[in-house]
Design a protein around this ligand. Structure first.
Ligand code: FAD
Length: 556
């Protein structure tokens, strides 16, 4: 069989290697329009920041190495310019000479990835200091510009994963960085109160944030940026990281595309032409529409796991192996200075837009035993389905081991776990790594309490309105904690003094009482004391004053 693969990086290279492992005799050709195959996209920002010092380390596989091991016909500087589904051929252009030729296939895999969005912004054509980051040539251009010019100030437009990673790496080079983001927060997979922890971390390290504003024009050969608000910024270097669009020019007008231009495929990743599956052409990776694990809706997740997984699935399918359809949870992780940010599943924003009924809870726990040196907080959020109690999503921001917790939850989700399963997961414990009740177990316990009506939760974005309506708010922290900051109108009785001060509480036992402490644990104990004394209408502020105060942080 003759198999052609278009695109030789994450999805394409994985598919090629798997195809060869499954069949020694197939003819496998990879066309890659650029110079490099199988390079480490995800490492590019760290090479710019000198964290990865050797450029060669980015080149995971060379053409020679891959050819030798897998006997692949790898043709770089070769762009496929047209697919002819009926003749089962592709037109290929040698990018160095412009020469074109036709190559036939039995099976074709499209893994052309996605491209950074480059809107036509006024003044950008006159500038030589505006860059995007997708591949090794982009990286080389940024690196050369940084090396040849004195970069004191830089602006990163876009607060997604790549933008934030670039902000960190430019900061590591000693550059004064400003991130401009059109939304009210960076890192969209996080909900706002979780993203606020990232905002604080960026600000604490001297990285400025401008949220809710977009770029309007470049002036003075790119040295000045005018924002939509008319704010003007100086910049020696600008990174445009406002998202990606699928590289779909080969599919446009030929294959069925989703609303944002992603190639629509079947479960086996066959492309579809006018609603009819094409048995011989497949598409994988950033260029395709995928199925959301949570509700089977169509979505797109331009991350490496999907591309790699789909590469293997397609190779298996072509070789007649049984395959299981793969849905996407969007599990992701990023490092932001001293923080780890990890997410899986849907966040509140997405669930609201889909009309799915959910409950969200928060926890703050040490990443390992507090008495073992170096313990750091992890802020966690779990979202679960009100009826089935299945996990819909989780987010975590904190110290080392943050991603481990999200990986555990992501695995549990994939296996159909409910919140009750989280409480019962038997996870590794020794003081340097965790606590005997791991943060994941704690999320399970809290979710159980809420589901079993031990108490109700109220959230940071609801409590101000509740307070101003004259409701009774009880802050059970120590007085010095309360003095340091509290919710307007909350009465302070420390949890350990509560039994002795019950006469100070509303005497009608059905009065709603909104209890908060710093993270939610002492409030839980206070709620049990109150319930034991006949109170019936008890709320715990989810994530405590800690989450509330973080959500109220004003960015700089
Ligand atoms: P790609 O890996 O982009 O490969 C597509 C290839 O196709 C390209 O080399 C392109 O030149 C080639 N091509 C396109 N059109 C043609 C054509 N007509 N003919 C021939 N060749 C063609 N994901 C994570 O999960 N974690 C991370 O930390 C992470 N960090 C990232 C950091 C950066 C800076 C970038 C840019 C991406 C990052 N990603 C990360 C995303 C991840 O790299 C992509 O999801 C993944 O590479 C997608 O694989 P793909 O095969 O679909 O596309």
């Amino acid at each position: 069989m003759k198999i052609i693969i278009i695109g030789g990086v994450a999805g394409g290279a994985t598919a090629a290697a798997r195809l060869r492992r499954l069949n020694e005799n197939d003819e496998i050709i990879i066309f890659e329009k650029d110079e490099y195959i199988s390079f480490a996209n995800c490492g590019l920002p760290y090479y710019i920041g000198d964290v990865i010092s050797e450029r060669n380390n980015l080149l995971v596989q060379t053409i020679e190495g891959m050819h030798k091991r897998f006997n692949l016909d790898i043709r770089n500087f070769s762009e496929v310019v047209e697919i002819n589904p009926q003749n089962k051929t592709v037109n290929v252009k040698k990018t160095k000479t412009g020469e074109e030729y036709v190559e036939s296939f039995d099976k074709l895999i499209i893994s052309t990835g996605a491209n950074p969005i480059k809107p036509p912004i006024k003044g950008s054509d006159e500038a030589d200091n505006i860059f995007v980051l997708r591949n090794v040539p982009d990286t080389d251009m940024i690196k050369t510009y940084v090396n040849n010019n004195e970069i004191k100030e830089a602006v990163v437009i876009g607060g997604g994963f790549i933008g934030i990673e670039m902000a960190e790496n430019l900061h590591e080079l000693g550059v004064k960085v400003t991130v401009v983001e059109k939304a009210a927060q960076v890192l969209a997979p996080l909900d706002f109160e979780m993203a606020q922890i990232v905002h604080m971390e960026l600000n604490d390290n001297g990285i400025s944030l401008i949220l809710g504003d977009g770029i309007s024009a470049f002036e003075n050969k790119g040295k000045n940026i005018v924002l939509e608000s008319n704010t003007k910024l100086n910049t020696d270097l600008t990174i445009l990281a406002i998202g990606v669009v699928p590289t779909n020019y080969l599919a446009k007008g030929k294959f069925d595309l989703g609303p944002r231009g992603h190639i629509i495929t079947t479960e086996n990743f066959n492309i579809v032409e006018n609603g009819i599956k094409n048995d011989d052409i497949f598409a994988i990776g950033d260029v395709v529409e995928v199925v959301d694990f949570i509700d089977n809706s169509k979505t797109a997740v331009p991350l490496a796991w999907g591309a790699n997984r789909q590469g293997r699935i397609v190779a298996d399918y072509i070789n007649g192996l049984d395959i299981k359809p793969s849905k996407i949870q969007g599990t992701a992780v990023a490092k932001v200075l001293d923080l780890v940010i990890a997410t899986t599943g849907n966040n509140e924003n997405r669930l609201k837009s889909k009309g799915i009924n959910y409950t969200a809870i928060h926890a703050h726990r040490g990443n390992h035993a507090g008495y073992y040196p170096g313990s750091k907080n992890i802020a966690l959020k779990l979202i679960f389905d009100n009826e089935t109690k299945k996990i819909l999503g989780a987010q975590a921001v904190g110290g080392a081991g943050t991603e481990k917790r999200i990986d555990v939850i992501s695995t549990a989700m994939k296996l159909g776990a409910t919140i009750y399963d989280l409480a019962d997961l038997e996870l590794c414990y020794a003081p340097p790594f965790s606590s005997a009740k791991d943060p994941v177990n704690i999320l399970g316990y809290i979710a159980e309490n809420v589901s079993d009506d031990v108490y109700k939760v109220v959230h940071w974005n609801e409590i101000d309105e509740i307070a101003s309506s004259g409701a009774y708010l009880l802050d059970v922290r120590m007085d010095y904690e309360y003095d340091f900051g509290h919710i307007e109108g909350a009465v302070n009785i420390a949890v350990d003094d509560l039994r002795a001060n019950l006469d100070k509480l509303p005497q009608d036992k059905d009065t709603p009482i909104y209890v908060n402490c710093q993270v939610g644990l002492r409030a839980y104990i206070a709620i049990k004391i109150l319930a034991g004394n006949g109170y019936t209408n008890l709320y715990n502020l989810s994530g405590g004053y800690g989450t509330y105060a973080t959500a109220k942080y004003k960015v700089k």
